[in-house]
Design a protein around this ligand. Structure first.
Ligand code: EAX
Length: 326
């Protein structure tokens, strides 16, 4: 008898102290893409880690597939704290904070190792920090990966092949400028874009390989060129308004869980690229594996002198990163 009562008490105590007896703090996390996407893999890992490490004191609900709106709308809601967190592609940050433009600079990073070195280092931290002036707490960088061009008109080897091509770009001034400089006819459009590609409203788009697989772009795009023109990151953000309501211990726990999830996701993404390329070939895409990257680079060499980069903080950061990756 006695024993049962003690056990019951013990269980009750455990329940209480583990946090489950208290009201859990609910985190709404928004991503624009669907399950299986780079953003979702990071989001799901974060959910798993934070719920486990906080013994359920934090509970994450992931709103995927743009159920809370496109990425610009997700960011607006994060600023207002109607959504607490988001994993959002670098492009749409552009209108909120021009500092995000520096990482979208074309041909900035040579490879993944260089991207990690900068983004996980002091310059990356400085970029995250500067997002606070726009109401975001930047936590870490997960990734989309290097972006590549697909289209339905012809194989692309050189910038000449791009002339007049209607290319969908993210809602981002720098992405639009890149494709104008390359000679295309860029059309900014929020995600998703399958229907527009299918109906021929646009001829092409550019994204990392996982997108072509997960969104089955091989069904509606014939040509792929491995241009790797921009290293596409996500910024894993929280609402600064919400962040300020948390105590230091919880902030640290969330920051660490998000960083660990980001590192996990980057590794996962990179480990799958060779298989994706094989799959896209099997599905019938015609792939230009070695386009004339030097010619593409030459076309965009002057972008750093554009108005887009004249804000002193932005320019300074761009030059520092360029120096660091030399
Ligand atoms: O991951 O809008 C875009 O092109 C982004 O890369 C989107 O997040 C797909």
């Amino acid at each position: 008898m006695m024993k049962t009562r003690v056990t019951v008490l013990l269980i009750a105590a455990l329940f209480f102290f583990s946090g489950n007896g208290l009201a859990a703090t609910k985190i709404k996390l928004g991503v624009v893409t669907k399950p299986g996407s780079a953003q979702n893999i990071a989001a799901e890992k974060f959910k798993e880690l934070i719920e486990q490490r906080s013994n359920g004191a934090f509970q994450v609900k992931i709103y995927h597939s743009a159920s809370l709106g496109n990425e610009t709308e997700i960011l607006q809601q994060i600023q207002m704290n109607t959504i607490q967190m988001g994993i959002v592609t670098g492009g749409p940050f552009d209108t909120f904070n021009p500092i995000s433009r520096v990482i979208n600079y074309p041909f900035l990073f040579k490879d993944n190792a260089q991207a990690d070195e900068i983004l996980d280092g002091p310059l990356g931290t400085q970029i995250l920090k500067s997002l606070e002036s726009s109401g975001f707490k930047g936590l870490s960088f997960s990734e989309n990966g290097f972006r590549n061009l697909t289209n339905n008109k012809k194989p692309v080897n050189t910038p000449d092949d791009i002339k007049g091509l209607k290319v969908r770009v993210m809602a981002s001034a720098i992405h639009k400028a890149i494709w104008s400089a390359l000679g295309a006819n860029p059309t900014p459009m929020p995600w998703p874009i399958y229907t527009e590609l299918e109906q021929g409203v646009i001829d092409g788009q550019e994204n990392p390989l996982w997108v072509m697989e997960v969104y089955k772009f091989y069904e509606i795009q014939k040509y792929l060129s491995l241009t790797r023109h921009v290293y596409s990151y996500h910024i894993d953000v929280a609402s600064l308004k919400w962040w300020k309501t948390l105590d230091k211990k919880d902030q640290d726990m969330i920051q660490k869980a998000m960083y660990d999830a980001a590192v996990f996701q980057r590794r996962d993404n990179r480990s799958k690229d060779a298989g994706r390329l094989k799959l896209l070939k099997e599905k019938g895409m015609e792939i230009v594996e070695h386009p004339d990257v030097a010619a593409f680079r030459a076309k965009v060499a002057n972008l750093k002198n554009m108005d887009l980069y004249q804000d002193p903080e932005v320019k300074d950061m761009l030059l520092k990163i360029m120096e660091a990756v030399k």
